[in-house]
Design a protein around this ligand. Structure first.
Ligand code: SF4
Length: 234
């Protein structure tokens, strides 16, 4: 009688325990892989843009086959010292036109892929005390140096660097891509997903990506190794 009472007393908790185990097991079967979702999103970085470049007697026209996300874009050209000149242009009818009246806004120097320093040119009556941009881009082409477009306006613009709450950890870095464009790159492991960089970036170099998951599950991001050359048309 006593043995029966004991076995009945133990039977209910044992069944409850087994039930819980089974429920846990079934729940695990239906669970998705470990995708931790955070409140904020990581910034996305736009892939390089490849314009069609038409060299004419008095101008150079850069034509965009696919729509660009902003109305302005930076045109760049390298000199024989590996320095990048850049000028900000407005896109009209899907193209940008460089004439003898265009002057560079800045000159950037590099150490490895990273921007090491820069000079901003002051303009007086629209002109800067430097070679005009038409000559710079023609010289780059004649000497087999890189030229093209980029969506980042660094070093004239530094907004994302100013608003990033953890910039002291080097989360955002300005690097040179293989095609010569200056692009921001993000150390995602240190990024707190504050969302501030893509909010302030008016040139669309950063955008709000749907990147909420853990680093292990981030999709392939834009790689700096991407080589895209402008297509030149005489
Ligand atoms: S805010 Fe945008 S355009 Fe300005 S430096 Fe940052 S990435 Fe470049």
């Amino acid at each position: 009688m006593l043995r029966l009472f004991r076995s009945q007393t133990l039977f209910a908790p044992a069944m409850l325990f087994l039930g819980l185990l089974l429920t846990g097991f079934i729940l695990q079967l239906f669970q998705k892989p470990d995708l931790t979702v955070y409140e904020g999103t990581y910034p996305g970085i736009r892939a390089p843009i490849e314009p069609e470049v038409v060299f004419e007697d008095d101008a150079v026209t850069l034509i965009f086959d696919t729509p660009v996300s902003t109305t302005q874009i930076v045109v760049f050209a390298y000199d024989d010292q590996g320095r990048q000149y850049g000028t900000l242009k407005t896109i009209r009818d899907g193209a940008v036109r460089i004439t003898g009246d265009d002057y560079p806004e800045y000159l950037a120097f590099f150490k490895g892929p990273a921007v090491e320093g820069y000079k901003i040119f002051r303009r007086v009556n629209g002109k800067a005390d430097v070679t005009n941009f038409l000559t710079l881009i023609r010289t780059a082409r004649a000497n087999g140096l890189r030229f093209g477009v980029q969506q980042c306006m660094y070093p004239v613009c530094t907004r994302c660097l100013e608003v990033c709450p953890v910039i002291s950890k080097g989360v955002i870095q300005m690097n040179q891509a293989k095609n010569g464009a200056i692009v921001p790159s993000v150390i995602y492991g240190n990024c707190p997903r504050s969302g501030k960089c893509f909010t302030v970036c008016t040139l669309g170099a950063f955008y709000k990506a749907d990147l909420r998951h853990t680093l292990a599950n981030l999709p392939d991001l834009y790689q700096l190794e991407t080589v895209i050359q402008p297509r030149v048309i005489q």
